[in-house]
Write a protein that binds this ligand. Structure first.
Ligand code: UDP
Length: 253
């Protein structure tokens, strides 16, 4: 096969030109980074797991009418997506206090929030993705008032869907981050969920034990990240229940 043209390489994924105009191929790497890439490692099998998990969540969203960029999974590490114009914001939804909100506002991790809270961070690694308000977003032209309303509505629909799916397998969706893109049909523009939805961008806690099943396992050195993601995938039926963690030799009993 002819070598594809790389369009963009990020910390965890690579985008290649797609087979048709308006499409891209999204490749999931095994690289894990945290704290603005100060902490780095290669976690064998992570890319395969995130490709499968993101496929599962994006397909589910598409099926209930929440638009996403996802078209189909191509192979173990790649999926076909629609090319979008990414809005330079990370949209975070929180159900339970953890991470930066706990630090910033002094709320103990694990405290349920009175309602889901939607936050926006400006995507800029050099600045460490600072928290921004609607005022900044509109004043600097990253999105307009209509986009803001649409982004909040989209984020809350993703939250309802993801919370329900995870609750069904005994996992609490503490918080998550999505990215949102614009797709143009002539003059008509619509917003869709883009990038990925995976344990890299969610906080997932076992409802019974509180065990962390997300990237905090890597950030806080709590164990093997691939094992945690494999557990999420197994519970969702995305992997056969008897499969060994991807990337490790498979032991047949
Ligand atoms: N998040 C992410 N990418 C980022 C920052 C945050 O995917 O660059 C996710 C993170 O995994 C968590 C949620 O967004 O599920 C909220 O993260 P938080 O603001 O608490 O920041 P953190 O503690 O991860 O620095």
């Amino acid at each position: 096969m002819a070598r594809r043209k790389k369009v963009y390489e990020g910390k965890a994924k690579i985008l290649y030109e797609g087979p048709e105009p308006g499409t891209l191929v999204q490749y999931f790497k095994d690289d894990a980074t945290a704290f603005n890439a100060e902490k780095k490692d290669v976690i064998e099998g992570k890319g395969v797991l995130n490709n499968r998990l993101s496929e599962y969540f994006m397909n589910g969203l598409n099926n209930i009418g929440v638009p996403t960029h996802f078209i189909k999974r191509i192979n173990m590490r790649e999926q076909l997506i629609r090319a979008v114009e990414i809005i330079p914001l990370e949209v975070v939804v929180r159900n339970v206090a953890a991470g930066s909100i706990s630090k910033r506002l002094g709320i103990e991790e694990g405290t349920p929030l009175p309602r889901p809270i939607v936050e926006f961070y400006y995507k800029d690694d050099a600045l460490g993705d600072p928290l921004v308000t609607e005022e900044h977003i509109i004043a600097f032209g990253w999105a307009n008032q209509q986009d803001m309303d649409d982004m909040v509505a989209l984020a809350l629909r993703v939250n309802d869907f993801m919370s329900g799916v995870m609750m069904g397998v005994g996992i609490k969706l503490v918080d998550f981050k999505i990215e949102i893109g614009r797709i143009w049909d002539g003059d008509f523009m619509r917003l869709v969920v883009a990038d990925e939805i995976s344990p890299d961008s969610c906080r997932l806690w076992d409802m019974e034990t509180g065990q962390k099943l997300d990237k905090d396992v890597f950030r806080r050195d709590l164990g093997n990240l691939a094992d945690a993601y494999t557990e999420v995938a197994r519970r969702l039926g995305v992997l056969p229940t008897n499969s060994a963690p991807l990337g490790k030799p498979t032991l047949i009993n």
